[in-house]
Design a protein. Sequence first.
Length: 212
Amino acid sequence: MSILNEISQYLQQGRAKNVKELVQKALDEGMDAKTILEEGLLSGMNIIGEKFKNNEVYVPEVLIAARAMNAGTEVLKPILASSGVKAVGKVILGTVKGDLHDIGKNLVRMMMEGKGLEVIDLGVDVPAEKFITAAKEEDAKIIACSALLTTTMSEMKNIVETAKEAGIRDDVTIMIGGAPVTETFCKSIGADIYTADAASASDAAAGVYKAS
């Protein structure tokens, strides 16, 4: 089994220590950091993402796999940065104002990072203006917002309206998600993409950057 396959396998099992050691070993053997990232870490995370989508694994497995991926990327980060390897794209992520739920949001972040995206996570209870300011400052093409309460869903419309007022609506893709959110609601507020789960959200976000 190649070292990249081993990295992928250990990542899927959530064995962070093994992943870290193998990433270092691959580097020591002269392997390119970008190859290790894409064919080892990201390919393992993609498999987990697919399994999660198909209900073959559940949230705890995803969380430990993501932890293992982070352990591997920590080793690679300095090398990737010095060789000028850029993230696929940037996503501004957060739970909307008035909503303090973050498990779903955190899962989305891990899945998106697993696709090679840089995620700027604003946390929970995030006002519309903060999403827009961050998108402008970071030059991000995607704003992804989540809500778990029906009472806070209207905040998503505020984000769409604030983006219009700021003159950046045409430059950003607004993604929404969360338990009470639907495709119909997405269309009614003028957002761009609704996804039902974290794996689909990461696929959609990666797709936005591929298309641009």
